[in-house]
Ligand binder design. Sequence first.
Ligand SMILES: [Ca+2]
Ligand SMILES: [Ca+2]
Length: 207
Amino acid sequence: MCEQECLDMTPLEMAVGCSFGIFRSMRGDNKKVSLEDFRSMLREQLPGESQASADEIFSFTDLDEDGYVDYKEFMVLFTACAVSNHEHYLELKAQRQQQSSEAQCALPMGGRTIMEFATVALISVFEAHACGDDKLSKEEFRVLMKEQLPGFTQEDVEELFSCADENKDGSMEFKEFCTMFFTFACLSYGLIEGLADKYSQQKQQQS
Ligand SMILES: [Ca+2]
Ligand SMILES: [Ca+2]
């Protein structure tokens, strides 16, 4: 990906791109990640996690228990990290508010690894639109989507909102926003994989 393409991406597109990048760099020929590669991915991307828990994290990430982590399973882990970082952010924000009603809480967690960078991007986009109550109204979500993923039609946005609003309270909390992001990332991955397969088939036919 060239630098200009990266600059043209919105933070949400960048977060999807980062998740692709991490996954593709560690998967094997079967397009899935083995336990060994998963261990090195955790070491690299989530250095705060102990290696002792790597095998445990692998076993709960490998939802279909086939001994590998596929992209969907990886994205379950990715969104779980984002939710956990967001909870941490809310705790810090509450502490700051107790200390001073004037204090603004900067997003914590830095961006030491690509995974952290991507989850922070997700939180930043959500927080910038979920004004005040840490939930997105339908209108706030519409504005967010127009800015972040402008390729979606109004009908798509309506459908995404109602699918993501799992508790049907008419607003989208961060966990639900992550469900929406998960769906979007998995759909995009399928599309990109399909295009890549088509391209390599064409190449083979030409040679
Ligand atoms: Ca699996
Ligand atoms: Ca909701």
